[in-house]
Design a protein around this ligand. Structure first.
Ligand code: HEC
Length: 191
């Protein structure tokens, strides 16, 4: 009798741990599947805004669109979604916590070693006081079109500079070159 119980609980335990092992991959796939269209849509909105209104009006559009899209995805999924950076433009939404700092550093090292921007992601299940959280970050690498608003001083049009100065007086998100890690899309899911 006792043997049976031990056997049954062993079986249950091994099923649970096999599930836990797979789980991170499932979570990763699921999260990536939501992150990729988000990044693509944001990029398209950004491009459209620059084409339609010129970069200076696109600053205002970016200011509204990006946080709105991130909060929509958060609401839809019940996750916490935000874009973060070590040199942030919007300190309210983009300031990193410790996990995000480590993830960005790791991705910067991987990028320096020649990894392709598309594959830059970090995922981990964190056990905290209030249970487990799945943490995910997708790297965001600067593209040539981004220098209008994130590049070196001479690459940013005067009108954009003026807009950034009023909208983001504490802006640190300039001086980037294409190919550099600009930041990451950070997602937290309570498990
Ligand atoms: C028209 C100007 C403009 C262009 C072009 C632009 N950005 Fe931004 N970017 C902004 C603004 C404005 C914010 C702050 C948005 C906010 O308030 O959340 C921002 C914020 C960000 C953030 C969030 C972290 C932070 O610093 O607040 C990332 C990441 C980012 N941009 C990446 C990019 C990338 C990559 C590109 C090119 C594909 C790009 N941006 C092109 C204006 C621009």
């Amino acid at each position: 009798m006792q043997k049976k119980i031990i056997f049954a609980s062993l079986l249950a335990f091994s099923t649970v741990s096999a599930f836990a092992d797979n789980n991170i991959d499932v979570l990763k796939d699921e999260t990536r599947a939501a992150a990729m269209p988000f990044m693509k849509a944001l990029m398209e909105e950004n491009k459209k805004a620059v084409q339609e209104g010129g970069p200076e009006s696109a600053v205002k559009v970016c200011k509204d669109i990006a946080p709105k899209m991130a909060s929509e995805l958060s609401r839809q999924k019940g996750w916490k979604v935000t874009r973060v950076s070590m040199k942030v433009r919007n300190p309210m939404l983009g300031t990193t916590d410790e996990w995000e700092q480590k993830a960005l550093k790791k991705m910067e090292e991987r990028l320096a070693k020649g990894e392709k921007p598309e594959t830059l992601e970090v995922a981990e299940v964190i056990k905290g006081k209030n249970g487990k959280t799945f943490r995910y970050m997708k790297g965001i690498v600067l593209q040539p079109g981004c220098v209008t608003c994130h590049g070196k001083s001479e690459e940013i049009p005067e009108a954009v500079k003026a807009n950034l100065a009023t909208e983001y007086p504490h802006d640190q998100a300039t001086g980037y070159a294409p190919g550099q890690l600009r930041g990451g899309l950070s997602i937290q899911r309570k498990l």
